[in-house]
Every structure is written in C-alpha cells, then in structure tokens.
Design a protein around this ligand. Sequence first.
Ligand code: CTP
Length: 228
Amino acid sequence: KLLAKGSASEEAAILKGKRVLITAGPTREPLDPVRYLTNHSTGKMGYAIAAAAAAMGAETKLISGPVELGVPAGVTRIDIGTAQEMFEAVMADLNFDIIIMTAAVADYRPKSVQSQKIKKVPGDLALELTRNPDILYEVGQVKDKQILIGFAAETERVLEHAEEKLRKKNLDMIVANDVTVKGAGFGSDTNVVTFITAEGEHIAFDQMEKAEVAKAILKKAVSLINKA
Ligand code: CTP
C-alpha cells in the first residue's frame, strides 16, 4: 500500500509494543486542611503527548496532577496530588521505553502541614518551605535503557538553562520553551520549542499546535531508541 509520509496510518504504528510514561499538570502542596500551594500548569502539553503516544500504538501511562482535562483515549491515568505522591507513583515502575516529564512539579512544599485551619493574627505570616524531590533528576540517576525527556520552561537564557538541565538531570533530550514568547507555555494550545539532545543536536521549531509538538517529540524519541 502507498502511504504518504507522516500519514495517520504510518504514525499509528511507530510506538506499537512500546511503553510510554508521561507526567503532567501541577502539583498541590497542602498548607492546612483548606489551603495549598500550586502553579498555573493546565496539563495540556503532557495530555497532548499522552494522546499522541496512545494513537501511535504505545501502552501509555499518564501520572497527572489535578487538571480540567479528560483522560485521552487508550491512556491509563494515575491521579496524584503532591510532588511526593507523583515521585512515588513514578518510581513504582520505571520499566518504560520512553519517559517524558512535563509536570510542573512544585520545587518546595510547606515544611509542616497544619492539622487545623491557620487562623489570622495581627502582622505578617512567614511560611517555611522545604524541598520536594526532583523527580526527573532522580529517574536520570537510576535509568538504564529508557529514553528520558524533560521540559525546560524558561524566561531568560533559554537554551543555556535547558542545556544545563539536560546535563544535570542525565536526559537524552530536553524540550526548551521560552514561556515569555506569545503562543508558548502555560494554558496555550500552541507552543514554540527547541529540542536539544544529549548528543548536542539543536532542532528549533516555529509555533505549532501542542498536538503537533507532541508527535514531533515522540518521533524524535523513536529515532533515539533506534540509535541506542
Ligand atoms: N521536574 C521534576 N521534578 C521536580 C521539578 C522539575 O520532575 N521537582 C521536571 C519537570 O517535569 C521538567 C523539568 O524537570 O521536565 C524541568 O523543570 P523546571 O521546573 O523547569 O526546572 P527545575 O529543575 O525545577 O529548575 P529551576 O526551577 O531552577 O528552573
């Protein structure tokens, strides 16, 4: 059969027999029974990757913080709240061909969670925070054959910071995006990204739909598997 390059039928097969793990969304770090710390992540980029991975035939697991999105067709979703819960859910099974971390994990959590609602008192209130695990870094330390891909959402010196993270976290590829650019980052349906591989390759894309960014990431991941 003749199939156009990049046609749906061709894409449908490229991840058949592969296992793909994705983290997505924000985390929620409780302060007391009624309050938490979080961020503006909507989960759109991670969910787009999960949807594309399943459509390309992968057994796809999505570990997700609280978002407004439905579970994409063919995807197994595990819901978590805190960074610590996401860390444990990830570490429970690392037997994947491709691991892509898009979650906006809170780097810090309140040092103690109050069991009763914090009451206001005159004057200022200082919050003491403690570090959460860096999930991507920890997976990088123990990974074997998995293709490990991270995201770097930056506001300045984007490529420099992304390359630093690629190396520090022992990644095969990092997807860098400048969140100050129009049509990129939080809440947007589009993104403007550059892929940087461990081998030093830079691939810069124009603004694309997140669904297209997702396909491009997965195709590149397959080529990295084939090279390994
Ligand atoms: N990440 C993670 N666990 C964390 C923090 C980040 O798994 N505790 C992952 C994200 O999912 C993303 C990548 O690491 O793939 C980069 O996250 P980012 O917040 O941009 O970088 P940080 O390492 O937190 O660095 P900094 O906050 O200094 O920019």
